[in-house]
Design a protein around this ligand. Structure first.
Ligand code: SAM
Length: 231
């Protein structure tokens, strides 16, 4: 992967960005996404935020190499601290991290009012999608689209949200409201695997002298949900 040829995952994240957007890519590593989108003239301005020095240096180098220092600002910062009001960011991307980390980045950013003016969030959690959906609901975001794709034998969920109130059932929060409606091939593959994994864990827990009741009930409920959607 490079700035000219994004992975399918990052390309799909890019497709969720509105044309001519001003984006903040938080956790930008090599700044592949903002550089690629700028070279395609899809976005007009970007902040590439990185909290770790090595990836920050790689991102800065990538932006310089492509002659984009006027249009892409690389900042060494924790989460949404990278965003300043004068950036006039309307779209925030947080991709390639766990859902809990993405949630804490959003939570901290929201607390510091760094999401003011932001119309769209594009989130790609590697795990922990449900916690992220719960955060969105609690913070007046509504999910407008979701994608589930597979690349190199791994599956990735992309959640696109905009401001607005929404309520979801526990199952919609668990599977993703759009993914549940669509049920594509990757969805079946993912949840068949997740079902087996949960059944294995329940079997193991049952061997314990005192199986943790709460955990067992949670897993059993999820097993029922998964069986229902796969039926
Ligand atoms: N977003 C890119 C992608 O999807 O391919 C890079 C993903 S990489 C696995 C995660 C990046 O997020 C790392 O470079 C890491 O340093 C950065 N990161 C982790 N926590 C962060 C935070 N709180 N603020 C900014 N960047 C963070």
């Amino acid at each position: 992967m490079n700035e000219h040829a994004l992975s399918d995952r990052l390309a799909c994240v890019g497709e969720q960005i509105p044309d001519q957007a001003r984006i903040a890519d938080i956790g930008s590593d090599h700044a592949y996404l903002p550089v690629a989108l700028m070279l395609q003239n899809k976005i007009t301005y970007a902040v590439a935020g990185e909290v770790v020095q090595g990836p920050y240096d790689s991102a800065s180098k990538q932006v310089r190499k492509n002659g984009l220092t006027e249009k892409i600002v690389v900042r060494l910062a924790d989460g949404l601290d990278a965003v300043q009001p004068e950036d006039k960011i309307d779209t925030v991307v947080v991709a390639g991290m766990g859902g809990t980390l993405i949630r804490s980045i959003l939570e901290e950013g929201s607390r510091k009012n760094r999401l003011a003016g932001v119309k769209r969030l594009i989130l790609q959690p590697n795990v922990g999608e449900r916690t992220l959906r719960e955060w969105l609901v609690d913070h007046n975001f509504t999910i407008i689209h979701e994608v589930l794709l597979e690349e190199n034998d791994k599956n990735y969920e992309i959640i696109v949200a905009e401001t607005g109130k929404a309520t979801y059932t526990p199952q919609q929060l668990f599977f993703g409201p759009f993914l549940l409606k669509e049920k594509n091939q990757v969805f079946y593959k993912k949840w068949q695997h997740e079902l087996k994994q949960r059944q294995r864990v329940v079997k193991e827990l049952e061997k314990a002298k005192e199986p943790p009741a709460e955990k067992m009930n949670e897993l059993k409920e999820q097993i029922e949900w998964i069986k229902e959607v796969l039926a």
